[in-house]
Ligand binder design. Structure first.
Ligand code: F6R
Length: 250
């Protein structure tokens, strides 16, 4: 059984374990998908959402959850990786979600990691989100340094989709997905904090002991550029779905 509480402006749902957190997150997404045809989903990659995506696939296969009218925008992509690269976030999304549900892949968007003109393609990404009416429901993870998407510490609250240098901490954290640390791209394209805060509803999923300290800081410290996730305190409809381990500092 999950427990709910409000801390300041943020609603927190504390689940027994990461499996229950994945189910809770999937429930929120399924409800939005069912009630809003043409829903615009904001999606994340990384280790945390994998179980939630598995649950959405199960809901599609066993319960007929219909993605045929949904659109999606992903948060970020590594600079220099083609979508065919197994570590690219386009590949991740196809492999962990899109290939297993009935979403129209032409309506799924991931920032371009390779472009002749990255600033222009970032502007196009922003424009495309606006043209589709904005993100209805945004999924986020949280980096151990407090980043959301790849908005590393120091990212201002008015930042937009742009190229960013990854910090040493993020490169080290993400080395587990690559053969070795040297292979981790040093740059990424990321939605900005302002882009994320424009989503109508936000769900941040965090599990495990290693996220406890940063989750507590994001929710309880005053909003600060040093912990970009703390800017979520300024959003009117943001829920953190965490397991007991990640809730340890609350
Ligand atoms: C991924 C993303 C990142 C991750 C964060 C946590 O699209 O935007 O902010 O959510 O780095 O990653 P994991 O889930 O691997 O701990």
């Amino acid at each position: 059984m999950s427990e709910q509480k409000n801390i300041g402006n943020i609603k927190v749902i504390i689940c027994k374990d990461k499996q229950e957190a994945a189910q809770e997150g999937a429930k929120i997404f399924a409800k939005e998908i069912k009630t809003k045809p043409g829903v615009v989903l904001g999606l994340a990659t990384g280790g945390t959402p994998v179980d939630m995506y598995k649950e959405l696939i199960r809901m599609h296969k066993e319960g007929g959850l219909d993605f045929s009218h949904a659109l999606s925008f992903n948060l970020d992509e590594y600079v220099g990786l083609l979508g065919s690269h197994p570590q690219s976030y386009r590949y991740f999304m196809d492999d962990n979600l899109f290939n297993h549900i009935n979403i129209d892949k032409t309506k799924t968007h991931v920032p371009k990691g390779i472009s002749q003109d990255i600033p222009a393609s970032c502007q196009e990404y922003e424009k495309s989100i606006k043209e589709k009416g904005g993100v209805d429901l945004q999924l986020l993870g949280i980096g151990s340094n407090g980043h959301i998407a790849f908005n590393e510490p120091g990212s201002p609250s008015d930042s937009r989709t742009r190229e960013i240098d990854l910090t040493e901490k993020t490169i080290k954290d993400n080395a587990r997905f690559f053969e070795n640390e040297a292979e981790v791209p040093r740059k990424a394209v990321t939605m900005g904090i302002a882009t994320i805060l424009e989503a109508k509803k936000i769900v941040l999923l965090a599990t495990g002991n290693n996220k406890a300290e940063v989750v507590a800081k994001a929710i309880k410290s005053p909003a600060t550029i040093d912990i970009p996730a703390s800017f979520l305190q300024n959003h009117p409809d943001c829920v953190f779905v965490v397991d007991e381990e990640a809730a340890n500092g609350l």
